[in-house]
Design a protein around this ligand. Structure first.
Ligand SMILES: Cc1cc2nc3c(=O)[nH]c(=O)nc-3n(C[C@H](O)[C@H](O)[C@H](O)COP(=O)(O)OP(=O)(O)OC[C@H]3O[C@@H](n4cnc5c(N)ncnc54)[C@H](O)[C@@H]3O)c2cc1C
Length: 492
């Protein structure tokens, strides 16, 4: 491959900024460095399904990506830059663009998915051999996964000491502003595909109405959401974060996944309010930062244990007697298990592309422990339906629930879906929102309709087995079966 440009023009040779999961202008170190180089900047996004394979974005993520790229394109245009869109395996796409433009540098912010690391390492080697300067940066994490290690230099496998080590490390650098682009404009003639031809949005059927109603992707929306959360959500976060019936969490997850906001920006916004100490008054900020810490921990695990996405971290779980049960899997996916709290979670996911964390734990536990279906099947469904589908967090979350991960809930602790509902959705408002066919039931029966007297069901217009299903499994029997299955791997 040759970069093909006249030597005399070297100083004005453009730099390509390859956007990936960093779809923002502020606190974007790759963009910042390119702007500082004073050369023409070519912003590029590559839709590279080839390299991602099974981990190419699912349906809900594609919807988000479309709108996120639109927003990024508008922000770049306001700075006089044009986002170039190309499709295909990233290596050859970059080589072609370099040959077309005479670019002498490619800057990007690092990704941590194993497939992306393999691809990026190969691209770096090939381009450097061709004399192209490659610069990569950290835009996605507070701490690089390899920077935090035990005293013995090993990776952490337990969250609490991991997060303690993070908090004792050098704090993350302050976020960078939107850069000023002083260099000459890159040729406006660089060819770009159009977003519409990528067909990221669903048509026939267009199932994205609920996503449109719930979300506005993009950097500006992420900043607004963060500001609103700091004003009204952060102080009560510790006390209310487990309540899906309230707006009790930040909902920043898709923005963090796509890099429309960076964790350093969130971290510094919180510390900008005040120091975060050990006192009761700081419980909200401290807990919220710890949740960002779980995100860091997932990336730490994925970096050190790249099989996290498919294989149990605890090898003994490889022999777990999972069951093949496509019908039960379908019932779970559709939110028709007959357990209202579980069904509300699965329907929130389907309608809005997001599910409250408490429900992610309860629905995942139900699949793995009540239905004995492999966690990988659940993770695949989440991958397709979540707007925040994130390889590190999703794999880490599922392994945690299944009890086969690094620092997981023990397998034998089995959530009771009724008790969970009664505790975290005490008036049943969350269930009524997503399972409207039960809306007429009194609070007392909303989480256990099969126990309601016939006249109560009748008055509420509920016909069990017709308008709403009977439980797909009996909780007590499912619990016994799960514990028996666990015996098979327990000692290993
Ligand atoms: C089975 C399962 C699957 C999950 N899949 C994903 C996923 O694909 N993508 C994803 O971003 N999160 C995932 N999570 C973690 C968590 O449920 C979501 O990050 C959270 O619900 C997002 O809502 P929020 O932004 O309002 O969170 P907040 O409570 O406001 O937390 C702020 C941020 O911290 C991070 N965070 C919070 N909780 C966790 C956690 N337990 N693990 C890792 N990071 C966390 C997220 O980036 C989140 O945006 C999963 C959890 C489970 C149990």
């Amino acid at each position: 491959m040759t970069a093909g440009h006249p030597t005399g023009a070297r100083d004005l040779a453009p730099v390509i900024v390859w956007f990936r999961q960093d779809l923002r202008l502020s606190d974007n170190p790759a963009l910042h460095a390119a702007a500082a180089a004073g050369r023409p900047v070519i912003p590029l996004y590559i839709l590279d399904r080839e390299s991602a394979g099974a981990w190419a974005p699912g349906g809900a993520s594609r919807w988000w990506l479309h709108h996120s790229l639109e927003a990024l394109s508008r922000s770049l245009a306001s700075q006089g830059l044009r986002l170039v869109l190309r499709r295909g395996a990233a290596g050859p796409v970059l080589e072609r663009l370099i040959a077309e433009t005479g670019a002498r540098g490619v800057y990007w912010n690092r990704l941590y998915e194993p497939w992306a690391i393999r691809r990026d390492d190969a691209i770096r080697a090939a381009l450097q051999a061709a004399g192209v300067a490659i610069e990569s940066f950290n835009a996605a994490l507070l701490f690089e996964p390899w920077e935090i290690a035990t005293k013995g230099g090993a990776p952490y496998r337990v969250f609490t000491p991991f997060w303690r080590a993070c908090l004792a490390a050098e704090p993350p650098a302050p976020p960078l502003p939107v850069p000023a682009f002083a260099g000459p404009a890159a040729a406006a003639t660089v060819e770009s595909e159009t977003l519409d031809t990528w067909a990221l949005l669903p048509v026939a059927p267009d199932w994205a109405g609920g996503l449109r109603a719930a979300w506005q992707p993009g950097e500006a929306a992420a900043q607004r959401l963060l500001r609103g959360f700091l004003e009204t959500g952060l102080a009560g976060y510790e006390a209310e974060r487990d309540r899906p019936d309230l707006v009790s969490t930040s909902r920043l997850s898709p923005y963090l996944h796509f890099g429309e906001i960076g964790p350093r920006q969130v971290w510094h916004a919180i510390y900008g309010l005040s120091a975060v100490g050990d006192g009761e008054a700081d419980a909200g900020p401290r807990k919220f930062l710890a949740e960002l810490g779980w995100r860091e921990f997932s990336y730490h695990l994925l970096h050190h244990f790249p099989d996290l996405t498919e294989a149990p971290l605890q090898p003994r779980f490889a022999d777990f007697p999972w069951e093949e049960n496509p019908e039960a899997l379908r019932v779970w996916q559709q939110g028709k298990t007959g357990y209202p709290f579980v069904d509300a979670g699965m329907r929130q996911l389907w309608q809005t592309g997001w599910m409250h964390n408490r429900l992610r734990m309860v629905t995942a536990s139900f699949l793995v422990k009540h239905l004995l279906i492999p966690w990988q099947d659940g993770a695949a469904w989440f991958w397709d339906t979540l707007v925040d589908a994130d390889l590190a967090n999703n794999s880490g979350g599922w392994q945690w629930v299944a009890g086969c991960g690094a620092d997981g809930a023990p397998y034998f602790r089995i959530f009771n879906p009724v008790a969970q509902g009664e505790k975290f959705d005490p008036q049943g408002e969350y269930v009524r929102r997503y399972v409207p066919e039960l809306a007429g039931l009194p609070d007392r029966w909303i989480h256990r309709p099969w126990e309601a007297p016939p006249e109560v069901l009748h008055a509420a217009g509920v016909r069990l087995g017709e308008s709403y299903p009977r439980p797909v499994v009996d909780h007590a029997a499912a619990r016994r079966a799960a514990l028996a299955a666990y015996e098979a791997v327990k000692g290993g």
